[in-house]
Write a protein of this length. Structure first.
Length: 302
């Protein structure tokens, strides 16, 4: 389990507020593109399975974001869902003072150009652009933009906001009154650990007031940050899905716990594959306990 809190980056790297401005500029361009599309009858491709799809617009959105990030901060590293890792185009110290050159640390943008692609392709509005920003593996800024819903969640080193309105901290409800947004344990864990997954789903549904699954990890984190739900959780995830959401949720007063999964080694939270995030510092025991059991299962197979 990892509970390490972010530290403040050194003065020689771009300020968190400047990095957030850069991320917002890139997400805004992609949001404008996605809002202008006719989403009836979109073609889709399968990446790993029918549960993991991609459209041409995922790639186009990512290219729009990458081009803007490159223009504004060419010394940054970009990790995108579709394009993988793109190293800095120029050495950090040469990126230019106007762009806030990262002379004392590596800036990384974690980009999901459309989180919730299945929703997007089906015509549902529950999808978003997610851009998380880290300096030397410490999250410092994030933006989650749901273009059809008109919701922009953002945070740097100040308070988290929704469309400019501050998200105030809220306590996590007791389990009997708690709403959980989650697809945990999900199809992948169901295939790998069928007995655990079947029992875990029943225990979660019996242990809280209700469980809903939105189909977008980033939006689920944003909605927990807003206090519209009490917790969210997944057992397999990628950094571009949760980097922005983790930062926004913490700046809104929430708490995150992560587990190392099958890698078996502790890494920064946004690089861990399993997590439970709550709207307040209070935890939902049933979710934490299920993840402890899942980690024990994974450890036993190493």
């Amino acid at each position: 389990m990892n509970t390490t809190a972010p530290r403040t980056p050194s003065a020689s790297v771009p300020s968190p507020s400047l990095l957030l401005e850069i991320a917002l500029a890139a997400s805004h361009l992609a949001a404008e593109y996605l809002r202008g599309l006719d989403r009836d009858g979109l073609d889709r491709e399968y990446k790993t399975s029918s549960h993991d799809i991609v459209t041409e617009h995922d790639r186009a959105s990512e290219e729009i974001i990458v081009a803007e990030l490159r223009r504004l901060l060419p010394g940054a590293r970009i990790v995108g869902e579709e394009g993988g890792e793109r190293p800095a185009e120029v050495p950090a110290a040469s990126a230019g003072d106007a762009a806030g050159a990262a002379a004392g640390g590596q800036v990384s943008f974690y980009v999901d150009p459309i989180d919730g692609t299945s929703n997007f392709a089906a015509g549902l509005p529950l999808f978003c652009i997610s851009i998380g920003v880290a300096v030397d593996d410490e999250l410092v800024a994030g933006v989650i933009d749901a273009p059809i819903l008109g919701q922009v969640f953002a945070a740097a080193d100040g308070e988290a906001t929704l469309n400019g309105r501050v998200l105030r901290p809220r306590a996590t409800h007791d389990a009997a009154d708690a709403l959980v947004l989650s697809g945990f344990p999900g199809q992948r864990l169901g295939t790998r650990f069928p007995d655990f997954a079947a029992g875990a789903q029943r225990r979660l549904e019996d242990g809280v007031s209700c469980v809903r699954h939105l189909g977008s990890a980033a939006l689920e984190l944003a909605y927990v940050a807003a206090g519209w739900a009490d917790a969210t959780s997944l057992g397999t995830i990628n950094s571009w899905d949760i980097a922005a959401g983790f930062h926004i949720l913490r700046r809104a007063g929430g708490s995150v716990r992560t587990w190392p999964g099958e890698a078996g080694e502790q890494r920064p939270d946004h690089l861990q594959p399993a997590y439970v995030a709550c709207t307040g510092q209070e935890r939902l025991a049933v979710l934490d306990e299920l993840h402890e059991e899942l980690q024990e299962l994974r450890d036993s197979q190493q």
